[in-house]
Design a protein around this ligand. Sequence first.
Ligand SMILES: Cc1cc2nc3c(=O)[nH]c(=O)nc-3n(C[C@H](O)[C@H](O)[C@H](O)COP(=O)(O)O)c2cc1C
Length: 215
Amino acid sequence: MALFHKIGLVWSVLALLGCYSSMAVADIKLPAPQTEGGIGIFEALKKRSSTAGGDFSPAELTDAELSTLLWAAIGLNRGEKGWTSPMAMGLPPYCKIYVAGTKGVWLYDWASHSLIDVSPENIKPIIGDQAFVRRASHVLIIVSDPKGLETFPDPALKDEFAHVLTGAMTQNIYLAATSLKVGARYIHGMRLDDIKTALKLAEGEKPVCLMMLGK
Ligand SMILES: Cc1cc2nc3c(=O)[nH]c(=O)nc-3n(C[C@H](O)[C@H](O)[C@H](O)COP(=O)(O)O)c2cc1C
């Protein structure tokens, strides 16, 4: 049998077994976020807390919950230029949010409110210093994007602005998670080199923190 026929046969068998589809993830259009209802902001402030790492169960977040949490972090809330977190000089977001789940990794695209396919790997076990990080249904990886801050050439200022934005985003996530009764925990202890490799980060892009999400 000619070589290309053999290769074609192998791919056909893999596809039939479902192996091929499990090797690829796809972009995901998120459902519209929840923007009404829930508990009031003052009740959410009274209840906000970090879920203990060992308290995350194997239960998965729904797409609707993920949609609302990502929108709360950095979604458009006023037409095409206005976000749920404040940005220096009203610039478009200069931090990226990667979403690590059991079935792969995606990049949150705030403009289309969708998840862009990055990798089919479950990287949750290799990104946190603490073993419990893998227990979360999803782990958000917040990465500073210095290209978004070219107006500010001072590297220290770029870091400062990315950290301020990260603080706003993560507090928004905590408050939305409280309202949704979803667990959340800010994590600074990260395996930076593993994250940079897994996400194929560009020169200058720096992971700032992880945010564990789950039930
Ligand atoms: C900047 C910062 C870094 C943190 N890093 C970690 C961490 O690496 N690992 C961890 O388990 N929790 C981490 N946390 C979560 C804190 O331990 C938690 O917020 C703190 O115990 C207060 O609890 P509360 O959020 O319920 O008020 C961090 C929180 C912040 C704000």
